[in-house]
Write a new protein. Structure first.
Length: 364
């Protein structure tokens, strides 16, 4: 397997837009005299999300709750907490935007390893492949969902894709289960062959050891401890475990797919290794915001409904996205650059469903 071939983004006529946008966003932080990191808002949210995950867990272990429906509800809360940690805490930390303290970013970013994932798998897939090559088939790892789902008009089409607008929603719920049991192990081998582990200054031996050790710890506290302490049957534990992962997986997948697999976005194909847009303009062509006025949703999903701002400025914490969004939108309009925005979460879900249908019925 060859190493990832770099793609050049070039269009000299767009340089002024990029320069102006960066200057205006930088000026916002200078005028407000605030850091680009998360600050107290991020700290409060980090505590809240960690509590949403851990409080139901310890409540279940305590034996205080014996009603099956309430136990199920606590598992749902754990799933939401797991997704919340991923969206609001781990995500910022692994982009280096949670704190100005590098050790704290590393510590919070490592939380993914205790949720059934692996930090450097995530960095390779997300930071390197997805952010660098958004919506480019063969490069953007988020488009690579295996043969069962087709997320790009440039990927192979199978007969089963005709029904993906129906079954995709169920498969979204299996995302974190796939990471935990299978995907991380295969991906780390592939990332080694692609040269991504070297880029992340780590080794296959180190990462495989880390995955195995932290995965054992994860299964001890999620499976062994509950079976030892709680008065439940093994099948009840499996239902609870699957519930946690299904809620987390569906939430995570839905948020990320709504930002990129949409009708109005582009899926560019490089010409001789080049995209004829500046990288920032490419992000605006391939990324979409949704439900910006829904403050509760924005808070819970770590501002990732402002994906345009996140892709342009991943080094800025999500707590600032709603404030810099008007700057980005106004500058884009001024330079006649697209700025995609869907007003509500419901309409974004509907558009994503239509896109899945189109990709499944596209004539190739």
């Amino acid at each position: 397997m060859e190493k990832v071939q770099p793609i050049r983004f070039k269009n000299p006529s767009q340089s002024e837009f990029v320069k102006t946008l960066r200057k205006r966003v930088d000026n916002y932080f200078k005028e407000k005299n605030i850091p680009k990191t998360g600050g107290i808002k991020f700290k409060i949210k980090a505590v809240a999300m960690l509590a949403l995950y851990t409080a139901p867990y310890f409540l279940l272990l305590s034996g205080v709750v014996t009603n099956s429906l309430i136990q199920f509800g606590l598992c749902v809360m754990m799933g939401l907490g797991m997704a919340g940690i991923g969206l609001s805490v781990m995500h910022d930390a692994n982009h280096g935007s949670a704190s100005r303290k590098k050790w704290l970013n590393k510590f919070l970013g490592f939380s993914i390893n205790f949720l059934g994932g692996n930090i450097n798998n995530w960095k390779a897939q997300h930071n390197i492949m997805h952010h660098s090559f958004t919506n480019i088939e063969g490069h953007d790892e988020d488009l690579n969902a295996g043969p069962v789902l087709r997320f790009s008009p440039n990927s192979p089409k199978l007969k089963m894709h005709k029904y993906q607008h129906i079954y995709a929603w169920f498969l979204y719920g299996l995302m974190t289960l796939s990471w935990t049991f299978q995907k991380d192990f295969g991906d780390i081998l592939r990332y080694e062959k692609l040269g991504l582990l070297k880029q992340l200054k780590t080794t296959l031996k180190k990462e495989m050891t880390l995955i195995i050790v932290t995965r054992i710890i994860y299964f001890i506290y999620m499976v062994v401890v509950p079976l030892m302490i709680m008065d439940i049957a093994w099948w009840q534990l499996i239902i609870g475990f699957l519930t946690v992962h299904f809620v987390a997986g569906f939430t995570l997948a839905a948020i990320f797919q709504l930002a990129h697999v949409m009708e109005e976005l582009e899926y560019p194909v490089p010409t001789e290794g080049s995209i004829l847009n500046q990288w920032a303009v490419h992000q605006l062509n391939t990324t979409l915001n949704f439900a910006g006025k829904d403050k509760l949703l924005s808070w819970f999903v770590g501002g990732l409904n402002y994906q345009v701002e996140h892709h342009l400025f991943p080094n800025i914490s999500h707590v600032h996205y709603s404030k810099i969004a008007p700057i980005v939108e106004e500058t884009a309009k001024e330079f006649n650059v697209p700025y995609h925005n869907v007003p509500s979460f419901r309409s974004a879900l509907a558009q994503h469903g239509r896109m899945l249908y189109r990709l499944g019925h596209q004539k190739v």
